[in-house]
Design a binder for this molecule. Structure first.
Ligand SMILES: [Zn+2]
Length: 394
């Protein structure tokens, strides 16, 4: 995949950067650092080649968009917008490759976040084509001009991770973001993509991870203005509130909803088939809420192993179907939440940059061990620790 996109994935070329994130992240978690070392410099250069240098920063998903945009830099009204999910994928990939992030345009990324947040607190995915951006305020017009971009919980998660990674929340109105997230808590106990919709495994992950990162950032002194009521709900959600702060059922109902998703693998909603990607989405929520011990690990492992693609390798959505980068990565990161798979490895291993190593990354499943994954950031723990050292050095 890193050598060139196979025909079966050609339709995903517009999101090339996310495919790179899945591949690099997966190789890192299975500890195939030799395979990454060979391409480390090229991959870092590639990610940076997708960075926008225009008024609105962030990353593009593919070279075509990046190049077209560069040609139009003197015509901002027809510039193609960067995408918030690509900015997340770009930053996560750079961290996983051990980059020090000194070449990212922090200010441009902050302006990207400002441009994409809606009045209700959620985020759009991309700055729309030909948007009438109010460059002064950095905000999109809220009169329906931007209707070609969806706004929902996925992009709220991206905004939270991005702000956490760049250690700057000034692009986000945290108060309205928190209110939006809590407005999406459904009667079932999980969270939906938008207010009033059905709880969903993916949006529940996005909501809980965003709340987790807001909580962490507030404790680090990175967030000053937040919603006090929402903060009390969040401490209850993670089981950290003092008695009487907020009702315990918030956490109990979330955990129950997640646990009811498990048959062998997890599904994303009631009456849906189990799907390997929820190994991470649901598993990480249970990890963040300190309830992973209630997962039936044997059944989950059995299901995941059945989704392996015996022909081209990797993991598929369902047993007997074809593997793809998203499901392969999320199954690996989901399995790395299982204590039985994890070996302790604290640092990224890119020191010597040796390119002569053999590139045998075949795995012996009897001895399969994985690096731990950070449940809220969805990057390896060594990549998270690398980010922490950048914080300390700053
Ligand atoms: Zn899936």
């Amino acid at each position: 995949m890193l050598n060139g996109l196979p025909g079966s994935s050609a339709s995903q070329e517009t999101n090339l950067l996310t495919l790179v994130y899945f591949c690099v992240g997966g190789l890192e978690l299975i500890d195939a650092s030799d395979a990454l070392k060979k391409r480390r410099r090229d991959l870092i250069d590639f990610v940076y080649s997708l960075q926008s240098h225009g008024e609105i920063g962030g990353f593009f998903g593919n070279l075509n968009d990046a190049t077209q945009n560069r040609c139009r830099e003197n015509q901002p009204e027809v510039c193609i917008g960067t995408n918030i999910a690509m900015t997340f994928a770009g930053l996560a990939t750079l961290l996983t490759l051990g980059d020090d992030l000194t070449s990212i345009d922090r200010h441009g990324i902050v302006r990207q976040l400002m441009a994409l947040q809606t009045a209700e607190g959620s985020f759009c995915g991309a700055v729309p084509l030909k948007s009438k951006m109010d460059v002064e305020s950095g905000r999109l017009p809220l009169d329906g001009e931007r209707t070609n971009s969806e706004a929902d919980m996925r992009f709220v998660f991206c905004a939270a991770v991005i702000s956490f990674i760049i250690r700057d929340w000034s692009g986000v109105n945290v108060h309205t973001m928190q209110k939006f997230i809590w407005s999406c808590r459904s009667y079932e106990g999980g969270f939906s993509q938008v207010s009033g919709a059905e709880s969903h495994g993916g949006s529940t992950y996005c909501a809980v991870a965003a709340l987790y990162l807001i909580f962490l950032s507030k404790n680090l002194g990175l967030i000053q203005n937040s919603c006090e009521h929402c903060d009390r709900m969040t401490t209850a959600l993670f089981g950290l509130g003092a008695d009487g702060d907020a009702p315990n059922y918030i956490r109990d109902e979330l955990i129950a909803w997640c646990l009811f998703r498990q048959g062998r693998g997890f599904n994303g909603r009631p009456n849906k088939p189990e799907d390997s990607c929820y190994t991470f989405w649901i598993g990480a929520v249970l990890k963040m809420t300190n309830a992973y011990e209630f997962v039936s690990e044997d059944l989950l492992e059995e299901f995941c192993m059945e989704t392996q693609d015996g022909i081209i390798g990797g993991f598929a959505k369902w047993p007997g179907s074809r593997s793809d980068p998203l499901h392969a990565y999320l199954t690996i990161s989901g399995l790395s939440l299982l204590p039985r798979y994890v070996f302790v490895e604290n640092s990224l291993d890119f020191e010597d940059g040796n390119t002569d190593e053999k590139e045998d990354i075949s795995l012996n499943f009897d001895e399969w061990k994985l690096k731990a994954v950070h449940p809220a950031l969805n990057i390896s723990m060594p990549a998270f620790l690398h980010l922490s050292t950048l914080f300390r050095a700053a």
